[in-house]
Design a protein around this ligand. Structure first.
Ligand SMILES: [Mg+2]
Length: 187
């Protein structure tokens, strides 16, 4: 990782209301669900490989994009910050960035370079997108680049620690149960 650029694997292209998820164990991209409301992803959404966040999944990323790509595509993302999201009481941070290989975003070097409305739109999407599922999402503000880089580091270390257990059939559920029992990853 150099110049804060890191590879994201796309799961959901911008504009989609289908929540696709990559299954690490089967290698398939599966439809998890169609969003319950008339909501659509306001950016390219995916994850960073070989990381593990508190929800038992790889670290999530949402990125500004000009032209949507496809599920499964690897994209270089220039990380600008993070969104401190709490999903149903679980810490579920999203990294935020832009396509590094799109010259339209060349002047976006940190969070302050991003038009406020684009940030508001993304924040509003996450606050709303589970409303019809009767699930609550909270956002404890945005983190700066340092916060985002620290998240990446922690999630990489956590992945290494649990890598073997994660690859077992019930590994993810066991790990989450262990964390819950210890109060880890809870907001
Ligand atoms: Mg997540």
């Amino acid at each position: 990782m150099s110049n804060n650029v890191i590879e994201m694997i796309v799961e959901i292209p911008k504009g989609s209301s289908n929540k696709y998820e990559y299954d690490v164990n089967t290698g398939k991209i599966a439809l998890d669900r169609v969003l319950y409301g008339a909501n659509f992803y306001p950016g390219e959404y995916g994850f960073i490989q070989n990381t593990l966040d508190w929800d038992g999944d790889p670290l999530d990323v949402i990125s500004l994009v000009t032209y949507p790509t496809l599920p499964g595509v690897a994209v270089n993302i220039r990380i600008l910050g993070s969104i401190k999201m709490i999903d149903n009481g679980e810490i579920d941070t999203k990294l935020f960035g832009v396509f590094h290989d799109d010259p339209r975003f060349d002047t976006y070097k940190n969070l302050e370079d991003v038009p406020q409305h684009l940030r508001d739109e993304i924040e509003n999407f996450f606050l709303q997108y589970k409303a019809l599922q009767k699930k609550s999402v909270r956002i404890d503000g945005w983190g700066d680049l340092n916060h985002a880089l620290n998240e990446i580091k922690e999630c990489k270390e956590r992945f290494k620690k649990y890598e073997k257990q994660l690859a077992t059939p019930n590994g993810k559920n066991e790990i989450i149960a262990e964390w819950k029992a210890k109060g880890l990853g809870q907001a």
